[in-house]
Structures are given as structure tokens and as C-alpha cells.
Design a protein around this ligand. Structure first.
Ligand SMILES: Cc1cc2nc3c(=O)[nH]c(=O)nc-3n(C[C@H](O)[C@H](O)[C@H](O)COP(=O)(O)O)c2cc1C
Length: 451
């Protein structure tokens, strides 16, 4: 039985449906990860707005600010020293590295290791990087996934470049699930071995629908290779000390989705994330996530922690989703990128979030292309107002350039440029007899103040 994505089974109101952006999902090409997607016209305001606003990063006492310090971070962002002061915090957030958690009961793992997360940041290529995870955790994220890493490249001993560039974490970056795409049992284990001392689980990507995944035969294109998936998971469960999880898409036939989920659990998956879209739902065909199928997966697998993915626009959608589907947690990708404070249920300005993110990037080395992509998304609503500043952000090649501010940037008539959300001066225009009032402002009269 194919389920239609009607408002009733997606759990999303008409209004939300209309607002939902039809951008897909599981990967770079359609998701601004590819720099060619950042046309200048879509780029956003820069710098001057960011550092004009002297944001107090510690202003909100409810938000933990336990960001690692520079001394504790090596060039890959990996903690190199555990100081005593931070020790108690670290014990709170980190599993003991020697503990074998792979054999734990599913809900023991979910509760004791993952700490029963309800608010979850999705794996996002080039976007759920360490700095972004730190920001998201400050604003309520209780579990984060790394971006998807290519298992074979990650574990390639003849070339450590990819591993060194991709793998960044620190002692506060927990609970953490590292996601890999793989189509061979050994490459998945080889890659997972490299992170099993610093992560709480490894996830197999079974959802990526992009052409690159089709060519590489991984992600959602493994949906036709159940035997292989089973082998990958079984082999990993036997060889890793941390649990294996999986992130899946659905089939149009619910009974096939259920059979698929059961197969994954039989193979040893300790937790399933269900993205309620078909493999074909990408690009302009993305549509809505099917909460009814997610609800049925939940109902049929009561022994397995289930995370729902899709259709989260506002904080209240999270509770709606849990109420409807009875899942344990809710994962957000796209909305988390536009609103990293989603899980805190707080309204934040985009420049506050951008400033705080840039502060984190100063401590945690982050690729400039990731930063740029984040800023474009954060500032998307402001783009139309700051057409002339888009190129500036697009062309920034360093963190300093991104942040560097023209504190006193003036427009061509000498007026300070203020973001549109600030109260503005009343600027008088020159009188033009034809139009009653002309375009040109009168100009600023700057009179030196004498003592
Ligand atoms: C920028 C971006 C990158 C993504 N990269 C991954 C990825 O690495 N692994 C994965 O399983 N899904 C990836 N996805 C898909 C999301 O994890 C998620 O399944 C999808 O976007 C639906 O959730 P949403 O409706 O909250 O956006 C990506 C999505 C976006 C927007």
C-alpha cells in the first residue's frame, strides 16, 4: 500500500507545507554543499553586520558554554589534553573509552550512552562539522551526527589527507555518532575502528539519493542490496566495541519498509533513523516526510530506539512529531542549518548566531567553504536587503575576511549602513520638482565638535 503524503499522515499543517522549502536533502549536490549552488544573487550580507554586534557569548545562563579552549585543541580540533578542571564535565559527557558498549541492550545504549536524546542534529556533508555541532549543542541539541564520511577514503592508509581533513572532535563533542557510507564490510569496519574511541556509535548511511551515491553504489542505492547491508552490519557488530546504527529512507510499500527495518535490526543495528521520504524524493521532488510510515516502524519495532527525520520547521513540530509517531527523538537537518537555535525554542537573530559561530570557528579550525555555506544559510532572509554585500561574503577567503568589519562603512552619500532590523535614521531627500521628493539624500552634515 503506497501512502500519500497528505497533511494528515505527515503531521504537518497546510501552512507548514506551503512554507516548507522544496530542497533536497541527503547530500551535497542539491544542498549548497557544492559551491556552484551559491550564486551571488543568493549570497548574503557580510561581515560588517557580524562584528558590529558585540555579542556576549555567555549571556544566556541556560545554554552551556563548555566550548573547548584553544590549548585543548590541536590543528585537527582533537582534544590533546584533558585538564582536571574540565574533568568532571568530560566525565559527564564522555563514555569511558575502554567500555565495550556494542553488546548493550538497545534501550540501555540509548539511555545510558546517548542520554535519551530527543533533539538531534542530522548528518550533513560539509555542514555538521565540529564547530557547527558545538553551536547546535549550546542551543539544545542533545545528540549530533558527523557529516557522512566515505569509509574507504577515510581508512585509506596510503593517503591520510581525507581522514585528517574530515575527522575533528573534542572532549565535549558527545554524544556523537559518526556516519559512514560504505559498500564493503571491511571498509566500514576499517573506518569505524579509527573513531571508536572517540564516538558513541557509527552509523551506516542508507539514505543518500544523489548520483554520486548511485555511481559509488552506496547510500540509498543499497536499498536494493539487503544481503550486503546485512553483511556490513553483522561484520561491524562483531568487530567494533561501539554500536552500529543506520539511517534509512522508506519504500513506497510500508510492508517493505517494515521488512527492511526488521532486517537491519536482526543484523544488529542498535538504533534506526527513519527519514520518511522515498529514494526518489530529492531535488524538486523532495516533498514531505511520511510520518505515518515512521509511526508504523515505531509501532512494529518497540525494542528499537527510533528517530524520526523530516518535516521539522518549528520547535512545536518536534512535539507534534513525537506525539504522532511515538518516536524517541527527532532529527533536523535543513532547519537546523537555518536556525541552529531550533532546539532551544528561542528566537535568535541571525547575526547573533553568525557571530557566535564565528567565535567558535576561531577556536576550532574550520574550512572556509563550510563557514561560508553556513553564513549564507543563516543570512538568507537578509539577502534581498544586502545585495551589494553578497559578493563580499562570497569572495572572503579567510575567517578574518569573513569577520572583518567595515565598522564605519558608509553608503555613497555618507550615511552609515545599518542592517534593516535596526531602527534607522530618518533621511531627508533632496527636493525634485518633478517627483515631489527625489532619490538623492541631502547628505550628512558632519560638524566637528569643539571643546
Ligand atoms: C546540507 C545537507 C547535507 C546532508 N548530508 C547528509 C549526510 O551526510 N548523511 C545523511 O544521511 N544525510 C544527509 N543529509 C540529509 C539529512 O540528514 C536529512 O535526512 C534530510 O535533509 C531530511 O531532513 P530535514 O527535512 O530536516 O532537512 C543532508 C542534508 C543536507 C541539507
Amino acid at each position: 500500500m503506497a501512502l500519500e503524503n497528505t497533511p494528515s499522515n505527515t503531521g504537518v499543517s497546510e501552512t507548514h507545507q506551503n512554507k516548507k522549502m522544496k530542497i533536497d536533502t541527503d547530500q551535497p549536490e542539491n544542498n549548497m554543499l557544492n559551491s556552484t549552488n551559491f550564486e551571488p544573487k543568493n549570497l548574503d550580507i557580510s561581515n560588517q553586520i557580524l562584528s558590529k554586534n558585540n555579542i556576549d557569548l555567555h549571556a544566556d545562563p541556560e545554554i552551556p558554554k563548555n566550548i573547548d579552549s584553544m590549548e585543548n585543541i590541536d590543528m585537527r580540533g582533537i582534544t590533546i589534553a584533558f585538564d582536571d578542571q574540565a574533568g568532571s564535565d568530560a566525565n559527564e559527557t564522555n563514555q569511558s573509552f575502554s567500555e565495550r558498549t556494542a553488546d548493550m541492550e538497545r534501550y540501555d545504549f540509548y539511555r545510558k550512552v546517548l542520554k535519551s536524546p530527543k533533539y538531534i542534529v542530522a548528518p550533513m556533508v560539509d555542514q555538521s562539522e565540529l564547530a557547527w555541532r558545538i553551536l547546535s549543542r549550546r542551543y539544545g541539541a542533545q545528540l549530533c551526527y558527523t557529516p557522512m564520511f566515505h569509509a574507504k577514503m577515510f581508512s585509506d592508509t596510503s593517503n591520510r589527507g581525507y581522514y585528517n581533513e574530515m575527522w575533528k572532535t573534542n572532549k565535549f563533542d558527545r554524544p556523537l555518532i559518526v556516519q559512514f557510507c560504505a559498500n564493503s564490510p571491511q571498509s566500514f569496519v576499517d573506518a569505524a575502528k579509527l573513531v571508536e574511541n572517540e564516538a558513541d556509535a557509527v552509523d551506516l548511511n542508507l539514505g543518500c539519493p544523489q548520483h554520486i551515491a548511485k555511481r559509488g553504489k552506496y547510500g540509498a542505492f543499497m536499498m536494493d542490496e539487503w544481503k550486503l547491508i546485512e553483511e556490513i552490519i553483522t561484520h561491524a557488530c562483531a568487530n567494533l566495541k561501539i554500536p552500529v546504527t543506520a539511517k534509512i529512507r522508506i519504500y513506497s510499500d510500508i510492508s517493505k519498509t517494515l521488512e527492511y527495518a526488521q532486517m537491519l535490526v536482526r543484523a544488529g543495528a542498535k538504533l534506526l533513523t527513519v527519514h520518511g521520504r522515498l529514494r526518489e524524493q530529492k531535488g524538486h521532488k523532495t516533498g514531505l516526510s511520511d510520518w505515518e510510515q515512521i509511526r508504523l516502524v515505531r509501532e512494529n519495532l518497540p525494542q528499537v530506539p527510533i528517530i524520526s527525520n523530516g518535516n521539522i520547521l518549528y520547535f512545536e513540530d518536534i512535539e507534534n512529531c513525537i506525539k504522532y509517531t511515538k518516536v524517541d527523538g527527532v532529527m533536523s537537518a535543513e532547519t537546523n542549518l537555518y536556525n541552529p537555535a531550533l532546539f532551544s525554542n528561542k528566537l535568535k537573530t541571525n547575526y547573533e548566531m553568525a557571530t557566535e559561530y564565528l567565535q567558535i570557528c576561531k577556536l576550532v579550525p574550520t574550512k572556509i567553504s563550510y563557514i561560508r555555506a553556513h553564513l549564507f544559510k543563516l543570512f538568507k532572509p537578509s539577502l534581498p536587503k544586502y545585495v551589494d554585500l553578497r559578493t563580499q561574503l562570497a569572495n572572503s577567503k579567510s575567517l578574518e575576511e569573513m569577520e572583518s568589519t567595515e565598522e564605519d562603512q558608509l553608503d555613497e552619500y555618507g550615511y552609515k549602513i545599518l542592517p534593516h532590523w535596526y531602527c534607522q535614521p530618518a533621511i531627508r531627500r533632496e527636493f525634485d520638482s518633478k517627483k515631489s521628493v527625489g532619490e538623492k539624500p541631502l547628505g550628512r552634515s558632519i560638524v566637528p565638535i569643539s571643546d
